[in-house]
Design a protein around this ligand. Structure first.
Ligand code: TYM
Length: 333
């Protein structure tokens, strides 16, 4: 990797096909960032097992997620694209960092509260320490910037606090990372309950667009999207459903909110929903095509992720040995 450029790290869980929320809030921004930065993107499979996973399904979803990452424009030669479990440094650093993280801090994480309410039968220790592993992902590479959606902001804040605490205790070492959160689309909402974020774990399949959904499915889901009774396409408080659709349409077409309001002046929600559905389906079409091609060449995918993990390990082994030295472990060699 070229040294003078700043470094980006981000990750996504392989818990199913990426949603339109994952795409607009995060993954879509990852490819263009390759122009200006050294980028490292990971399929974070260690994070995925904090909720119960069927092993065969997790393996399948992980391969699919890797192919999707490349289909979304991540160049595995220029950037590093790998599976988190292929680099043991993440889990190792996570242990050290967990000893610099307070129980109280982790208890305040809203995602932990939400997920433990949702999976009351499996509130495992990994679910609780999940944000420490995320901090390790980022700090192991001394990343400068972390492109994420708004729901990961609190976790990033914690990573910053852990880095600062470590630096205070052991001397300046970790880069304190900044978030890179898009102005538009940082929180794409459910199509069925627009006060809730769009999530692949939503039980209602109409609530969520998957980026591999075909055009008919996408258009149908948008047609069924919950709106309001005003029948006027304008961005305003209390119009959560329409605001969400305007945001999605704007981020797909590049049109401003004012342009969109003008475009649909005097038209009904039916026309608007159809336009949003078509814009999304057309924008995602090339990804579907590329994905199908990549899934047909497993040998190529394997070559990419194997090489990605090797390059990732080379970076983090150096970080880890410096960290071990700083905390006072005896040199292994
Ligand atoms: P994950 O897998 O839940 O989501 C991946 C990315 O998608 C964003 N996102 C959204 N953005 C806008 N609207 C939505 N409805 C929406 N849903 C998801 C997320 O903010 C995220 O950026 N803990 C992370 C993965 C992770 C990570 C990391 C990220 C692990 N280690 C290190 C950055 C750096 C997660 O579960 O994301």
């Amino acid at each position: 990797m070229e040294n003078e450029k700043k470094l980006i790290f981000s990750g996504i869980q392989p818990t199913g096909t990426f949603t339109l929320g994952n795409y607009i809030g995060a993954v879509r921004n990852w490819a263009p960032l390759q122009e200006e930065y050294n980028c490292i993107y990971s399929i974070v499979d260690l994070h995925a097992i904090t909720v119960t996973q069927d092993p065969a399904t997790l393996r399948k979803h992980s391969m699919e997620a890797y192919a999707l990452l490349l289909a979304c424009g991540i160049d595995p030669k220029r950037s590093i694209a790998f599976f988190q479990s292929h680099n043991p440094s993440h889990a190792e650093l996570s242990w050290v960092l967990s000893c610099a993280t307070q129980f109280g801090e982790l208890s305040r994480m809203t995602q932990f509260k939400d997920k433990s309410a949702k999976h009351a039968d499996n509130i495992n220790a990994g679910l609780f320490t999940y944000p420490v592993l995320m901090a390790a992902d980022i700090l192991a590479y001394n990343a400068d910037l972390v492109p994420i959606g708004a729901d990961q902001k609190q976790h990033l804040e914690l990573a910053r606090n852990i880095a600062q605490r470590f630096n205070q205790r052991y001397g300046d070492f970790f880069t304190v990372p900044d978030g890179y959160i898009p102005k538009l689309g940082a929180r794409v909402m459910s199509l069925q309950n627009p006060t809730k974020k769009m999530s692949k774990s939503d039980e209602n399949p109409n609530a969520c667009i998957l980026i591999l959904d075909d055009k008919d499915t996408i258009v149908r889901k948008f047609k069924r999207a919950v709106t309001d009774s005003e029948a006027c396409v304008r961005y305003a408080e209390g119009k959560d459903g329409i605001n969400n659709l305007i945001t999605i349409y704007s981020s797909m077409t590049g049109k401003t909110v004012e342009e969109i309001e003008r475009e649909f002046d005097g038209k009904g929600y039916g026309d608007f929903k159809l336009a949003v559905g078509e814009a999304v389906a057309d924008a995602l079409e090339p990804i579907r095509t590329e994905y199908a091609k990549l899934m047909g060449d497993k040998a190529y995918l394997k070559e990419c992720y194997t090489e990605g993990a090797e390059r990732a390990r080379r970076i983090t082994q150096r970080t880890l040995s410096k960290v071990y030295r700083k905390v006072g472990f005896v040199d292994a060699r």
